[in-house]
Write a protein of this length. Structure first.
Length: 236
């Protein structure tokens, strides 16, 4: 069997990310359109897309920006939405700890939900895979390129894309496709159910506070279920 090279690992990561490409592209397109429709200039939207690279946080913050919500609320909402990346970092840090600080920061910038799932799947199925970092970089860079292209297309074509296309639904479906595979454990599933229920029940709150309430409630529920499972495992 031929030896796996770093280039092979990089290309494999990109190749295994591509099936999720249509969903990533749809979500990026929706985010690009939403930024302009929310009142940002083309320059501001392009800068936000390149600097933030966080679609869910951007979409959560945009309605608040459009509603002229306080800066602290916009910032808090974006931070809460992106707290999952702290979990991603905790899970993957052991595989990147040998790298320099600059490279780790770059890897942290290009991380995405899809590639995190692909990477953890690789670790579970092939724990001795020799080139994990190139594999991660290949998929993460592919995801970043797809996202930026679609986001930029959405930004530049926002005024030409009619609302009847239903891009919001396409983006939501794409996000659901990313979330469902993560719900294979009780804490994740419980968190999603609680977050969705609370967000619907508190939808009428001003400044989109229902969204923030749903996110906080979902994370609290997931952590509580996780603690109960750990306690049950320790007791047994």
């Amino acid at each position: 069997m031929p030896e796996v090279t770093r280039r092979d690992a990089f290309l494999r990561g990109a190749r295994e990310l591509l099936p999720a490409g249509p969903g990533v592209f749809a979500w990026g397109l929706v985010t690009g359109v939403a930024m302009v429709k929310s009142g940002l200039t083309v320059g501001q939207a392009l800068g936000l897309s390149l600097a933030a690279y966080a679609g869910s946080a951007q979409l959560a913050a945009l309605p608040l920006i459009a509603a002229v919500a306080p800066v602290w609320l916009v910032t808090l909402t974006a931070l809460v939405v992106n707290l999952r990346f702290v979990v991603y970092s905790a899970i993957t840090r052991g595989h990147f700890a040998h790298l320099g600080a600059g490279r780790r920061l770059w890897l942290g910038y290009i991380v995405g939900d899809v590639m995190f799932v692909k990477f953890t799947t690789l670790l579970a199925r092939e724990p001795d895979y020799p080139h994990r970092v190139p594999y991660y970089v290949g998929g993460a860079v592919c995801n970043w390129v797809l996202w930026q292209i679609s986001s930029i297309v959405g930004i530049l074509a926002a005024d030409a894309i009619p609302a009847t296309w239903g891009l919001e639904l396409a983006g939501t479906l794409a996000l659901i496709a990313l979330i469902v595979p993560l719900c294979n454990r009780w804490p994740a599933l419980g968190g999603v159910v609680v977050a969705g229920t609370v967000a619907v029940l508190t939808h009428a709150l001003p400044l989109r506070l229902g969204l923030l309430a749903g996110m906080v409630s979902g994370m609290a529920a997931a952590l509580w279920i996780e603690s109960r499972l750990d306690a049950r495992g320790s007791g047994s």
